[in-house]
Design a protein around this ligand. Sequence first.
Ligand SMILES: [Zn+2]
Length: 73
Amino acid sequence: MAEFCSECTPFEYPDIDLAAIALDLSPGRSESFICEGCNNRAVYKDEKGGLYLAKAEDGVIKLHPVIIEQLMK
Ligand SMILES: [Zn+2]
């Protein structure tokens, strides 16, 4: 079954809710997933509470800083 994250899902309720994952994460932890609709691969929260979206780009995982508001929609 294909799973889509909240950033790219065509449905009202995403399989992978990025904001919910981000809010649940403890500092220093990450949660990875496979989104079949885009290159999002994980949400990471650093020790200071900064959030990052890990994206697969050309076979490499890159961290992009995000704020929680960007993940809510
Ligand atoms: Zn996605």
